[in-house]
Ligand binder design. Structure first.
Ligand SMILES: Nc1ncnc2c1ncn2[C@@H]1O[C@H](COP(=O)(O)OP(=O)(O)OP(=O)(O)O)[C@@H](O)[C@H]1O
Ligand SMILES: [Mg+2]
Length: 471
């Protein structure tokens, strides 16, 4: 009781001192106040040697989310949340996995190079004016001894943000952007959920591995690109007949690298300025795809136009360019590939696809502009085995032998093989599907023989005509 009374006395004295000090300050010259503030600060930091840093959910000057906050949240949820007693469980991006994070006013302790760093989660409720709704601003505060100041601010925090961003990257849902959605002038997106992988791609194993190695090397070559002073970009040209897996390979690339996909529809882009803007808006870790480049635009450039003009002796406007209303030029596109947009940081892959590689202007296809040319062609027996495994879970079957022979005698695109191997009903078993494929291969062979005969006949007829003309 006596102790309580003596504490009561102490508090009363402190309160009177604060009151008196406030009065005295009003009549003190500013120099004296500044000196007293300095000394108060020194005494306080001597008695309380901890430093606090808070990272708020929103930027201080506006309501834009602060990305460091979400990175810290991701870091804490993986590394330290288990230590907390009160946790919040939430699903991320509509997924089914629950991610745990610290609930408000929880504390956890991290250790870094001997320093103990305490993280505290909190929430500030603010009302800017009486007419506005209350704003909740969550924050994380970290506290550590002042002797670790440089280490925490220079190394530890950078590490936390880096690890947090990597965790966010792993948890995020990838996106498929298109400039052909409701707004033609900007990107709109949906969740990218294509299941294709390199494993499910029908292609020779060696070629597949080479492409995968190339992609992974690119992804991990940040320092190399910085050292040689080149933009961190890589261009691929995928070419081959329809249905050979060009689009499927792009999806497999995105899944392998964990990148977003930007499907750029050139016919919807008005001019080079819009093209540059759209490209500048793309984010890092993405694949920019321009499909069927030969049909998209007048990419043959001036040269072919001049050829036509010389023949007909008059200017021939390009039909496709007029119809689409698009004024993108080959040089605009080449500028983009050559790095006009290299000011955008981060890694990007550009993929062009075409069914007719010979139709493209050599300026577009020359080596160095597109780093890698990949031909996707008719289905090989190796490719068939991948599809048989995917569609029918078969590694071997007595019919494989006749399929292998037929495949050397004729050509079939992987899309047709896939269609035949796909059971049409529950009653269709693996053998029935393989028989369907055998039948399709036989028909393709007949068709090929017929075509060969026809072309041989027409060649003979041409030869005969030539001989008659000479006589
Ligand atoms: N190499 C392949 N591996 C696995 N599946 C394939 C392959 N090629 C084609 N397919 C199957 O055929 C379908 C069509 O393939 P895809 O769209 O990738 O062909 P494409 O080469 O892009 O054709 P297009 O030139 O007409 O755009 C795919 O849905 C896929 O199921
Ligand atoms: Mg395609």
């Amino acid at each position: 009781m006596r102790l309580l009374q003596s504490w009561g006395g102490v508090w009363t004295s402190i309160a009177s001192f604060i009151f008196m000090w406030d009065r005295i300050r009003r009549y003190c010259p500013p120099e004296l106040i500044r000196a007293s503030d300095k000394w108060t600060q020194r005494i306080r930091s001597f008695l309380y040697p901890y430093i606090q840093i808070s990272i708020s959910e929103f930027m201080s000057n506006n309501l834009r989310p602060h990305d460091a906050y979400s990175a810290v949240e991701a870091y804490l949820s993986v590394h330290l949340a288990k230590e907390a007693k009160r946790l919040r469980a939430e699903t991320v991006n509509g997924g089914s996995k629950l991610v745990l994070s610290m609930d408000e006013h929880e504390r956890v302790t991290d250790e870094f190079c001997g320093a103990k760093i305490q993280w505290i989660s909190g929430k500030l409720v603010q009302r800017e004016s009486k007419y506005l709704l209350e704003l909740e601003r969550k924050y994380y505060k970290l506290m550590f001894h002042k002797k670790y100041r440089d280490m925490v601010t220079d190394i530890y925090l950078e590490q936390v943000i880096k690890v947090g961003r990597e965790i966010q990257m792993r948890n995020r849902k990838r996106k498929l952007y298109t400039n052909n959605g409701h707004s033609k002038t900007t990107w709109s997106h949906i969740v990218f959920e294509h299941p294709a992988t390199f494993g499910s791609l029908a292609m020779e194993a060696e070629k597949k591995q080479e492409i995968m190695d190339d992609l992974l090397l690119f992804r991990d070559s940040k320092d190399f690109y910085a050292r040689i002073g080149k933009a961190w970009k890589r261009g691929y040209l995928l070419y081959g007949p329809p249905g050979t897996g060009k689009s499927t390979m792009i999806a497999a690339m995105a899944n392998l690298l964990d990148y977003d996909v930007y499907d750029l529809e050139l016919t919807s882009v008005r001019d080079n300025i819009e093209l540059r803007r759209l490209l500048a808006e793309t984010l890092s870790k993405s694949i920019i795809v321009i499909e069927d480049i030969d049909c998209s635009l007048d990419l043959t450039g001036q040269r072919k136009k001049k050829e036509k003009t010389a023949k007909t002796n008059k200017e021939v406007p390009r039909k496709d360019t007029q119809e689409s209303g698009s004024r993108i030029t080959l040089s605009g596109l080449l500028n983009f590939i050559d790095g006009l947009w290299s000011a955008c940081s981060g890694e990007r892959i550009i993929v062009f696809t075409t069914n007719y590689v010979d139709k493209l202007d050599p300026a577009l296809t020359r080596r160095g502009r597109m780093d890698k040319h990949i031909e996707l062609s008719y289905c090989s027996f190796d490719g068939f085995k991948v599809l048989a495994k995917n569609y029918l879970s078969l590694d071997t079957h007595p019919l494989f032998e006749s399929i292998e022979i037929l495949m050397t005698e004729t050509k079939i695109i992987p899309a047709d093989v896939a269609e035949n191997l796909m059971p049409n009903s529950l009653r269709e078993d693996a053998e029935k599907c393989l028989l369907k494929l055998v039948e399709a291969l036989k028909q393709a062979k007949q068709l090929m023989i017929k075509k060969d005969e026809e072309s041989a006949l027409s060649e003979a007829a041409d030869g005969l005509q030539d001989s008659i003309d000479k006589i």
